[in-house]
Every structure is written in C-alpha cells, then in structure tokens.
Design a protein around this ligand. Sequence first.
Ligand code: GDP
Ligand code: MG
Length: 442
Amino acid sequence: NLADRLQETFKKLRGHGKLTADDVNATMREIRIALLEADVNFKVVKDFIKKIKERAVGQEVLESLTPAQAVIKIVNEELTALMGQTQSHINISPKAPTIIMMVGLQGAGKTTSAGKLGLMFKKQGKHPLMVAADIYRPAAIKQLQVLGNQIDIPVFAKEDCKDAVRIANEAIDYAKSHANDIVIIDTAGRLHIDENLMQELKSIKEDVKPHEILLVVDAMTGQDAVNVAESFNNDLGLDGVILTKMDGDARGGAALSVKAVTGCPIKFVGAGEKLEALEPFYPDRMASRILGMGDVLTLIEKAQTAFDAEEAKKMEKAFRKNEFTLDDFLSQLNQVRKLGSFENILGMIPGMGGLKKKLGDVDIDMNGKEIKHIEAIIRAMTPEEKRNTKIINGSRRKRIAMGSGTKVQEVNKLLKQFDEMKKMMKKMSNMKQLNKKGKKGK
Ligand code: GDP
Ligand code: MG
C-alpha cells in the first residue's frame, strides 16, 4: 500500500530539516499511482499533484515525523479539503412538503437510496411519501412499493400513467392533502446518459421545482462517475450526490473526482443493500480509504503528541516481536495507554485493519480500571511465572488473585488475553516477513 511504499522511498531521507524538491518528486510518483489505482480521474490527479508539490516543497519536517509521514500528512489534508466538508443535510423547505428528486443511471441505487432516505426522515419524526416516477419498468413501481411496505412509508404510484411529470405533480397534491412533509421522487434511469431521459427529468424539475436534486452514483463505476456527474450537473443542476456501494471494494476515487469536477458535495454514502445502510459522508475517512492506508494519519497525529517517532518505532517493533513476556506486555500497555485502546492501535497500522476485527473481546480499554487490575495481577506474579505463563496452574492463580486484590476470573481473563495477543503478534510478524520476501522476489 501507499504508506509502505512511501516509507521505502524515504528510508534514506530521515532527519532532513525540510522537504526538498527531490523528496517531493519521489513521493508524487507514488501518490499519482495510488490515486489512479483508486479510480480518481486523471485530470483531477494532475491538478492535485501540482497543488501538493507547491505546498510540500520547503515545508518543515516536524521532529517527530519522517519526511514520508510529512508528505502523507499534506496529501491527506489536501485530499480531505478537496472533498469538502461533511454536508449530510438536505435542503428542507420552510413550507412543506420538501421535494427531493433522485436522479442517476440505471442500477446506481436510486430506488434503494430513496428508501434509505425515507427511513432516515421517518426516524427523525417526519412523514415522507415516496413517488414511483420510473414509468418504463413495471417492476420499478413494484420495487418501490415493496420497500415502502418494509419501512411503512406510503408510496404514490399510477400504474397506467405514462407521464412522469403528471405523476410527480399529482404526488405533490397527494402529499399536501395527506400531511406528508417530505416527497421523495424516484425517477427512471438509463444505462447511459440519454437525451430523452434528460429531457424528462428537466420537465419534472421545471414543473415540481424540487428543493433538492440528488444524483445517485455507483462508486464501483470509478472514473465513469465523473462524466455522469458532469452531464447531470450541467443539465439539471445538482444539490448533492449519494455515493452507493461503498461497502464493496470500491476505493473511493469516484468521490474525489465527482466533487472535484462538479463542485457538488457528496452528502451520503450507501454502504449496503439494507435500508439502514446510509451514512453521512466523511471526507477524512474517504481520503484515507483512497490512499489505502488505514488510519495511519490518525496514528501519526496521535503519535506526535504521545511519542516521538523513535519511540513509536520501538513500539511497533515490540508489537511484532514473537517472544515477549508479561513484563513487556505491561510496559507496553503503559506506553500505548495514551493512544487509546489496543484495538484502535491495530486499526491504525497499515495492513492491520483486518486483524482488528478478530481481536474482539480480548481488547483492553487503556483508560479504564482494567489496566490497573492488570498491573496489579502482573506485579503479584513471580519472575518465573511472568516468563512462562504455562506454569500458572489453579493454585497459583488463586494466590495471584489474592495477592493483587482481584478475582481469579480476572487472572484467567488476563492470561487468556495475553495468549491471544501473543498469537496475534506472531501472525503479524509472519505477515511482515512474507511481505518482505514478496518485495525482494520482485
Ligand atoms: P436504481 O436502478 O438506480 O433504482 O438502482 P436500485 O436501487 O434498484 O439498485 C440496484 C442494485 O444495487 C440493487 O440490487 C440494490 O440492492 C443495490 N444497491 C443499492 N445501493 C447499494 C449499496 O449501497 N450497497 C450495495 N451493496 N448494494 C446496493
Ligand atoms: Mg430504480
């Protein structure tokens, strides 16, 4: 991943006072590749690189950061800025009903997202009405009705009517007389941008004057998303974008491109087929996802305040060490205390995000009472017990619990956690070695 590659690039450059043009150029090549791999539009990449270059050259490298980290930090900040702020709100009309129009290509997720928005509004205590204005596929009406049933939201449909504008208009009258304060119009899509479709959408827009036109874009379509967003924005004028299917392995480049090209904010992210799977859009998270580096930035920032770079490195090494005793365990627990929970830390190390999930209930809250008990338990052990936990049998456990003022269950739990962590560290160091071998082989 990018963070690793950059570390490679900068291995020799540690301790420079300022970022030189050479430092920056070397990094830019890697970043360019990473962005293109993340499906960011090439024009967007070009502008972006130019901007980063201007900003990065001559920057002071903080004592605690390596040049690679310094550049990553700048890149991340610029990526985040480029995607704008979190703007997951819908223009609500002072006079009900607020009219929302969903537009986008076929299969992008308009109908699903209409249901998701409806559910969101319903949870806020509003009374949404969904409108089936996709008149081309009979199944489309049915689909919206099924969704409406699931979440108990009324659906306005006219099965025999072939006039989407009329349906939309009648739906609004219906909403007014039924106290529906939100009207969500689900429109038809095509596989490609199409003049007739655009004309129909324009007519709906002119007639019902929606307060919010939302473009629904499939994140998996990558660079194509840009052209789609551009033409919808030119023809209709968009208020926001919903980026769907981010639960898949889409890398998020579409988010960056769409925002950069149209200037429209990404308001929500669809993260699953379920109707609950609608999330606000967080530019900083997306930036990390695009760079494929977990929350390495957060780690850098936290490490900046809690550690210097040297210490952080030592810590990482210790994490990956196979052989390690309960004494090491304790001193590390204390060291990483400031960084939050163990789970947090794993999540922040590039490539370790997956392990985080497996950690489950062996995680330790570094700030709670638990760590004090752990400390007491370990202090109550003999040096031999600390080196070799296998010898700690039932009667020793009882003695340790008594000596530390804790319960036998807590001693058991700690020993189990310690075992799990050892296993995990072994896995991590194996992964590391595999990676190294892989790289040499190339
Ligand atoms: P429309 O043609 O634009 O109305 O698209 P639909 O709403 O019918 O969605 C097309 C397909 O994408 C359906 O199978 C949806 O379940 C699926 N879908 C929509 N949004 C998401 C999402 O955020 N994640 C995933 N995994 N699937 C989605
Ligand atoms: Mg649909």
